[in-house]
Design a protein around this ligand. Structure first.
Ligand SMILES: *[C@@H]1O[C@H](CO)[C@@H](O)[C@H](O)[C@H]1NC(C)=O
Ligand SMILES: *[C@@H]1O[C@H](CO)[C@@H](O)[C@H](O)[C@H]1NC(C)=O
Length: 231
């Protein structure tokens, strides 16, 4: 005997949740070895590997109902509702590991880097670290500095990118433990906690290059750094 389910019982199973995916870009893990997303994790993909779509299904389907999901290191999927302290948006090229569950060239994060997605059009709030000290919460412009002859004003760490902005450089340096950062030659970001440069006094306007990632911002010049500081 075939027994049909009453319509009212069958309907919910046919109703698919419509969750829009927003792509927030590449994010770092949190500070002090804390994961950016701590709600749930899987690397066990019985269907054959990881992708944004697979990770989204894991993170948003009962018993999970998270608003953020991120793919990492090709084959890892993390879920959460907020970002842990120290997780920042970073440069897209740091998330360049192919997803191990697709044949497209979709990228699934990188080493300690998440390709981050969520269900809200607004990216998640970032909470800044409190290092080195004192607590830092915002960035302030310092001045235009000249590189020392045969050296670097800021030599703690650096990154170059065609997507360089003041905020991206600030986040990059802070996440590596540096409070002072400088933007040079449109696309370079230099970090340190000591500034060995000299204030560029010959002309007050020697930092004139537009940033490669936002032409409305200034990113130094030739041998000239637009220096900022976390305060
Ligand atoms: C994808 O990577 C995860 C984590 O390393 C692994 O568990 C899984 O077996 C991999 N899947 C495929 C299809 O390579
Ligand atoms: C920067 O200045 C500090 C303090 O004067 C000095 O110890 C350090 O060697 C300098 N670094 C560079 C790269 O010039």
């Amino acid at each position: 005997m075939v027994r049909l389910l009453p319509f009212s019982l069958a309907l919910p199973a046919l109703t698919l949740a419509q969750i829009t995916t927003y792509d927030y870009g590449c994010y770092t893990e949190g500070s002090n070895s804390i994961r950016a997303l701590t709600g749930a994790f899987t690397s066990d993909f019985s269907a054959g590997g990881n992708s944004e779509a697979i990770c989204k299904t894991f993170c948003t389907t009962a018993p999970n109902s998270f608003s953020l999901w991120g793919t990492e290191y090709g084959g890892e999927c993390f879920c959460g509702n907020s970002l842990s302290q120290g997780s920042f948006g970073t440069f897209a090229n740091e998330c360049s590991t192919p997803c191990n569950g697709t044949t497209t060239n979709e990228k699934c994060g990188g080493g300690n880097r998440l390709s981050l997605y969520g269900s809200s059009p607004t990216p998640p709030t970032v909470t800044y670290n409190s290092y080195p000290a004192p607590a830092v919460s915002t960035i302030a412009s310092v001045s235009c500095y000249e590189e020392p002859v045969g050296g670097r004003a800021l030599s703690g760490d650096m990154v170059a990118s065609d997507a360089m902005t003041v905020e991206a450089c600030g986040n990059f340096c802070l996440n590596r433990g540096f409070k002072i950062f400088g933007l040079e030659y449109a696309r370079e970001c230099w970090c340190d906690n000591i500034n060995n440069g000299t204030v560029s006094t010959a002309t007050p306007t020697q930092c004139t290059f537009p940033c490669s990632g936002d032409s409305a911002q200034v990113c130094g010049g030739n041998d000239r750094l637009s220096v900022w500081q976390w305060v």
